[in-house]
Design a protein around this ligand. Sequence first.
Ligand code: ZN
Length: 309
Amino acid sequence: MKTLIIHHNDCLRHDPGPRHPERPERVSAVLKAVGGIAGTEKLPAPRATAEQLQRAHPAEYLQRLQELEPAREAGGERVALDPDTWLSAGSLDAALRGSGAACFAVDQVYAGQARNAFCVTRPPGHHAEASTPMGFCLFNHVAVAARHAQAAHGARRVAILDFDVHHGNGTQAIFEQSPDVLYVSSHQAPLYPGTGNAAEAGCGNILNLPLAPGSGGREFRDAWYRQGLPALERFAPDLVLVSAGFDAHLRDPLAQLELQEDDYGWITAEIRALAEAACGGRLVSVLEGGYDLEALGASAAAHVRALTA
Ligand SMILES: [Zn+2]
């Protein structure tokens, strides 16, 4: 069975403006780096349906963004939702493909049509709260996918693992009262968005693993080996979702962790092995951050090679 690479060119249409780090070239770099890896198959991402989206975001939220979205493409018009987060013509189509890719990937692994999947979409999602866009994010794709797995496939327990260098405040906020979802995040602290303290535990379903600036592969692997991976194993999930950000890389300009490509290969192989033991290998990964194009491509390739191994 194959590892699906799920993408849509609508994800290139979201334009947060010149010199913004979350740029369309990110997905192009990832697609180029993972293209041709044996055992993969590329499929187009559908748009998320209103029903899928509304399991994580109220209908009024989508409606508000639709009213704000500029109508004209390539006109340079943009609306600031916060100092980092912008809406251009095409932004909502891009974000809907991101959530749709994650739901489609869940359908494919549940149908036994794929071994696992990596969604190469943008904008990212893990900072988006139910009714608040922030941190480059409009819709929380892993949250939509987790609720979709529960509603459409009867998943009782969904684990979300997040190794983006930033804490996924949106994912934590959406699930902090949901014991049927486990959220584990390793991230640099202090750093944007300021959440993710180890004391934030939700209803016992949140595990935050803050890492000091300057931490590298040794500290990262130690945190996951001692705490994150055992928590995943104890939770015995029916599905594993991964918020795969690659901005903890040494070369990344937005943070000060010092991971290298093989650290991403290692964590992916560990997560894949636990998913295979717990839930038949059902694993769906969604691209989050990663802002140095060379490091992003090499790290994503290590991630996909470990998914196919
Ligand atoms: Zn990030």
